[in-house]
Design a protein. Structure first.
Length: 163
């Protein structure tokens, strides 16, 4: 029996495979960002606001970068974000109602002869379609999903690897 003492020869690109792994991670992050841009309007709005709110937690040693983040801490964070978003929604609705109730200089005349302000006619449709209030457990669940996705994105961006 003859022994082969020569090691198998590897091509050069296989001797240092790490750049291929980094390229794969960049592709994953690009795909994630692209898919996030396809979110529905309301979810995209909440995602951007969650991203802004997480800036205050984004520091070295933050709970965002724990190896196994605590479920209750993340849930409390989602509740705080929900409260902020709910206040902002209420404020937007109050502003939209104030604009709708304010008398306008111009306007249109309806079929009954009443004057309708152009802003009021448009604002009722805008309020119902774009600024639907945050109600129910579905919104809290959506915020949690968006929060966890944003935490994942930040951990990947910082090169978090402890597992």
């Amino acid at each position: 029996m003859q022994m082969n003492y020569y090691p198998k020869i590897l091509p050069f690109y296989m001797t240092y495979p790490m750049p291929l792994i980094w390229e794969e991670e960049d592709t994953v992050m690009r795909d994630l960002e692209y898919l996030q841009e396809l979110y529905p309007r309301q979810a995209k709005k909440y995602r951007k606001r969650i991203e802004e709110l997480l800036e205050r937690f984004d520091s070295e040693g933050s709970v965002l970068y724990d190896e196994y983040p605590d479920r209750m801490t993340l849930y409390k964070m989602a509740q705080d974000i929900y409260a902020v978003l709910e206040q902002e929604e209420k404020r937007e609705q109050a502003e939209a109602a104030a604009v709708a109730a304010a008398p306008a200089d111009g306007g249109e005349v309806s079929t009954t002869g009443d004057r309708i302000s152009a802003g009021a006619a448009m604002n009722t449709a805008v309020r119902t379609a774009e600024t639907a209030p945050l109600l129910g457990p579905e919104s809290m669940e959506l915020i949690q999903v968006l929060l966890y996705g944003e935490i994942f994105r930040r951990r990947q961006k910082k090169g978090f690897r402890k597992f």
